[in-house]
Design a protein around this ligand. Sequence first.
Ligand code: IMP
Ligand code: MG
Length: 187
Amino acid sequence: MDHSPIEDLQRVLVSEKQILKRITELGKEIDAFYHGEEVAVIAIINGAIVFVADLIRQIRLPVKLDCIRVSSYRDSTSPQGRPDIIDRIRLDLKGVHVLLIDDILDTGNTLSEVVKILKTLQPASLRTCVLLDKSTQRTVDFEADFVGFNIPDEFVVGYGLDFAERYRHLPCIGVLRPELQNPPEWS
Ligand code: IMP
Ligand code: MG
């Protein structure tokens, strides 16, 4: 093998160790918040896959799991308008405590739109959790209830976050080298 994907990172922003430590804390925060009530965890895939897989194993509450598929970035590094809901959830959320999880909160478009849709399903409560928050980038008025890390406005990959579906498997979160963002052969 001549080239490892980890070498495509300019620098590591959050290490694997830091992520796992913070997720353990988040699990405790979520347990304390819901006081033993059952929670329906809704993961926005693909981005939240890795985060949710680790987070739910730190939650001691009864949990139901489902996924929703949303598209907004379409293989570029800048947001392209409103997200499309591609695959809907199958769980009945009426009267249920829902915890919606995404990898990163950036402009806020994705989560605010998905929240609007889930509210029409009449959950008992609806909270949101993200691993990363780029709070300087918000274009809509939206904050998550549980946040792993606040990060600066840089394009990051790893631990579920992708560029054109690549790098999701990296165990840490890092800044992708600028020359690898939107290379001509991928457009
Ligand atoms: P928002 O709708 O602008 O809040 O963006 C949320 C979505 O954009 C996330 O679900 C991610 O898929 C994607 N996204 C935002 N920033 C990044 C990044 O730095 N790297 C990879 N994906 C990102
Ligand atoms: Mg993405």
